[in-house]
Design a protein around this ligand. Structure first.
Ligand code: HAM
Length: 421
């Protein structure tokens, strides 16, 4: 028996209501804030990610699905949505539109991770990006959108974690100071995990969010990014906090927040699921990436964005026992007995659908009991039963599936009766 590959899942009909719910809330949110939809391919040139996310990040070093196609081109299944959006922005000249350009996407993302609750090899991201302006009011807009999205889903147990990691000018100095801190502590305590030993040389910022207990101890006493920001980055972070405070948005300052991708500058933020959750990691995260478009060959184009993992949101909805609207089910099931009645049933189903009544019609030659069992399983409100007698009298039995009450009505009046009910 074949099974879906490890870390991927089928979304069965019973689960689809959650997906529709989250997608609809995502789309209404984006409409409310003036973000336009953009879809990019699942496949991209692998360098789009290796150049923008940089080596030294888990995503590039360990998690990308990379392969050569039959033409020998190295492609990757997209591990995230921001770089593809920036690629599309450049490829289609969206820089010639009034800036910032506000875009959103919903789509599958692939990372070769160790599967566990809330961590999969294929997951679905909802993300939005505002490209073309450095104003911290845009950072505030994106953070508020992320928060309001979760609230619109009915989720309330979450926190917004915020930090600023500086820019090309101030971050290198901070990296050096951080490296010194870890090297000094490690020479006394010798507790850095093997991953962090490598990070120390290649990507010291990532030392701050290592989950290993002994590395975490060293991170607690590490110098803070915000104490090393240049005046422009400090002012940017300050004004962002002022916008959030004007709007009454609470957040937690987290000096260890650096994010798992390497393109961030200045603002970084994450939405954490709050206490008592069984799942791994953030519900969503984002930040500013002012150099990414320039790294892809464009002009300097500051930008900011956010993405949330839809599976994690759905797990959280279930955890918080939030009830969601069910998907619409067909209204009526048509059952029949005998071949003449079958012809009439098929004709009636066709007519009912023509007038917009969602209808399932039986097939084959099952007993009436089996047919009604099927109607019951699908939760239709009514069943129409047609047998030999009904054909002769040009009538049909209308059965209310909840009460079991039955009524004989003229065949020609089935649609009218169902509409009036
Ligand atoms: P990210 O934090 O790597 O950021 O991913 C965004 C969200 O996707 C995470 O917060 C999490 O909810 C979900 N996620 C990530 N990996 C998995 C996984 N293996 N299984 C299930 N869910 C997962 C980005 O990807 C950035 N592109 C976000 C961004 C947009 N930054 C600026 N604009």
């Amino acid at each position: 028996m074949y099974k879906a590959p490890r870390g991927t899942s089928d979304i069965l009909p019973a689960e689809q209501a959650y997906w529709k719910y989250v997608e609809e809330k995502a789309i209404s949110l984006c409409q409310l804030y003036g973000y336009q939809p953009l879809s990019t391919p699942l496949l991209e040139d692998s360098q789009l990610f290796t150049r923008t996310s940089a080596s030294g990040t888990d995503i590039v070093d360990k998690e990308m699905y990379i392969f050569k196609d039959r033409g020998g081109h190295e492609l990757a299944l997209r591990p995230e949505g921001t770089a593809p959006v920036c690629r599309a922005y450049l490829q289609h000249g969206l820089f010639s539109l009034p800036q910032p350009v506000r875009l959103y996407y919903i789509g599958a993302t692939f990372r070769y991770e160790r599967p566990q609750a809330g961590r999969y090899r294929q997951h679905q991201q909802f993300g939005f990006e505002a490209i073309g302006d450095a104003d911290s009011a845009l950072d505030a807009e994106v953070i508020v959108m992320a928060r309001n999205f979760l609230l619109s889903l009915g989720l309330i147990q979450f926190t917004i974690q915020l930090n600023s990691i500086g820019c090309k000018l101030c971050q290198p100095r901070y990296r050096e100071i951080l490296k010194k801190h870890y090297t000094a502590l490690n020479s006394i305590q010798g507790h850095l995990c093997s991953d962090c030993q490598t990070r120390l040389e290649r990507n010291p910022l990532r030392l701050l969010d290592c989950k290993n207990a002994s590395c975490q101890e060293m991170a607690d006493t590490a110098p803070k990014t915000v104490d090393f920001l240049c005046p422009e980055c400090r002012a940017h972070f300050q004004s962002l906090q002022e916008y959030l405070s004007i709007l009454g948005i609470s957040f937690q300052f987290n000096h260890r927040l650096v994010r798992g991708l390497d393109y961030y500058t200045r603002t970084v933020f994450e939405i954490q699921p709050g206490k008592g959750t069984t799942q791994q990691g953030a519900l969503g995260g984002g930040g500013r990436y002012d150099n990414l478009i320039e790294e892809l060959g464009g002009e300097f184009t500051p930008a900011v964005g956010f993405a949330a993992g839809m599976e994690r949101l759905i797990l959280k909805l279930k955890e918080e026992k939030i009830s969601i609207p069910p998907l619409p089910e067909p209204v009526v099931f048509i059952a029949y007995l005998g071949s003449e009645a079958k012809n009439e049933a098929i004709k009636l189903a066709f007519q009912l659908r023509q007038v917009g009544i969602a209808t399932i019609v039986a097939v084959g030659d099952k007993s009436l009991k089996a047919q009604l069992k099927q109607a019951d399983a699908r939760g239709t409100s009514y069943a129409i039963i047609i047998g030999k007698e009904e054909i002769e009298s040009q009538s049909a039995i209308l059965r209310d599936m909840k009460s079991g009450e039955q009524k004989i009505i003229p065949l020609a009046k089935v649609a009218e009766t169902l509409i009036s009910r």
